[in-house]
Design a protein around this ligand. Structure first.
Ligand SMILES: *Cc1c(COP(=O)(O)O)cnc(C)c1O
Length: 447
């Protein structure tokens, strides 16, 4: 594969963009390829190389790169009528009505412009609503580039530190970071600080940390603790929303009703978006109905709203989730079989249309009875005691090998995966059986 043009473009970019990119995750080693165009499930780079794309914009592209006709038509119509107004439009009501019809916990919404803005607004809302300052997050959970959640914790969940320069130490004082899937740790935090906790904020499935599935009962424990102590449970469904569990989202799949949910990615049909939804009584605390300030020039942008609405409507009326989930199962089961033979210590993770392989270091004694298509923390699985339960377990895996060896080899074989061990990969409606077969062939050679 020739990458001359991408290398030249990156050379130019390094002079005028910090690190040559506009989102840090894009700067893969030694330099990223520049995208020229999409074609179904494939991406063509600036040098004309073609890849089967499982990055899918890091989550938003449910259909792959070719949008269904009604989605394209709605985008073009709204763009050509004048891009935005500063006055409300019918299309934002349509999308809000659609979401409230399908997502169990959502009665009312506020649209914003990114997943980050959604989680920032949700945390402010939870604090404003409860009159409390502390929030509980999961170690290694990701909620965007926001000050309250960019924290690291050691052994002691109370002594968190900002994970980036530029965030005052004092901000982290209000954030308690517990290990995911550890019922004891979060129960203890509530018994010591329950009256000060505004909210627990968690992804239903850790989607930015290798993909970690909850153990049975974990979310129920979080729900009960929040109820007992008057705290809000906030599900960050920016990745899982309208992907895991289809239109009901992960909360429907797990049967847990959060007080607030944050959305992003798919809900904007490929355009910048975020949203906070939940019980009307809570969401109405946002200005102007209530007093928790929230506002945005581009919020509810008509082109985004149209893309999001037509995307979800199309998914409701076609076999989109059946297709992506079936191919997801095929990929996970296929990679599992390859691992059994070539790398029994590795853990295949993911559900629905999300998949990843964590390069864990310990093999189970037996392979029989192994989770069929992605780790679901099934207690009877022979891997149960060694499969990753939290971000520390994922960090302990051979993460360098992914980035420096495996990912590069897959790329050379024309399969574009996420460039580090932590980010999820996605199957789109445009992927085919043939793509999956090619991908498994490449895994077999590269693993
Ligand atoms: C992507 C993501 C975010 C941040 O969304 P942006 O649109 O990148 O700001 C927040 N939470 C989760 C779970 C995400 O996956």
């Amino acid at each position: 594969m020739n990458h001359d043009r991408s290398r030249d473009l990156y050379d130019r970019a390094l002079s005028v963009l910090a690190g040559g990119v506009n989102s840090s995750v894009r700067a893969s080693m030694p330099y990223p390829f520049f995208a020229e165009r999409g074609d179904g499930a494939h991406l063509v780079d600036a040098d004309g190389n073609r890849y089967v794309d499982y990055v899918m914009g890091y989550g938003p592209l449910l259909f792959g790169h070719d949008l269904p006709d009604p989605v394209t038509a709605a985008i073009q119509q709204h763009a050509s009528q004048g891009p935005m107004y500063g006055a409300p439009t019918e299309i934002e009501v349509e999308l809000a009505e659609f979401v409230t019809r399908h997502v169990p916990s959502v009665e009312m919404l506020r649209f914003v412009n990114s997943g980050t803005e959604a989680t920032v607004s949700a945390v402010r809302l939870a604090r404003g609503y409860t009159g409390r300052d502390k929030i509980v997050v999961m170690q290694g959970g990701y909620h965007g580039a926001q000050e309250s959640t960019l924290v690291e914790a050691g052994e002691d969940p109370y002594h968190t530190h900002p994970s980036s320069p530029g965030i005052p130490e004092s901000f982290a004082e209000h954030t308690i970071a517990v290990p995911f899937n550890d019922e004891e740790a979060v129960t203890e935090v509530f018994s010591e600080h329950g009256e000060e906790i505004a909210a627990v904020l968690t992804e239903p499935i850790l989607g930015n940390t290798g993909i970690v599935h909850p153990v049975d009962g974990y979310h129920r424990t979080l729900r009960d603790l929040c109820d007992e102590h008057g705290s809000l449970l906030v599900f960050d469904e920016v990745i899982t929303g309208f992907r895991v569990g289809g239109l009901q989202c992960a909360q429907g799949e797990f049967g847990i009703t959060p007080d607030l949910t944050t959305f992003g990615k798919i809900i904007g049909g490929g355009f910048p978006v975020g949203a906070v939804g939940g019980r009307a009584e809570v969401v109405e605390h946002f200005t102007p109905a209530g007093s928790v300030f929230q506002s945005g020039t581009f919020s509810g942008h008509p082109v985004t709203m149209a893309a999001g609405y037509e995307t979800l409507k199309y998914a409701a009326e076609h076999d989109v989730y059946d297709h992506v989930n079936a191919l997801g199962d095929e990929l996970r089961a296929g990679i599992r079989d390859i691992c059994e033979e070539h790398a029994p210590e590795y853990t295949v993770v993911g559900t629905d249309s999300m998949f990843k392989t964590i390069f864990t270091r310990e093999a189970p004694e037996a392979f029989e009875g192994h989770c069929e298509a992605g780790c679901t923390q099934r207690e009877t699985c022979p891997r149960y005691d060694i499969c990753p339960k939290n971000s520390a377990d994922v960090n302990a895996a051979a993460t360098d090998r992914w980035e420096r060896v495996f990912w590069q080899e897959m790329k050379e074989r024309g399969i574009w995966l996420t460039a580090n061990q932590f980010e999820s990969q996605f199957v789109s409606y445009a992927h085919t059986e043939e793509d999956v077969e090619r991908t498994l062939e490449a895994y077999k050679e590269a693993l």
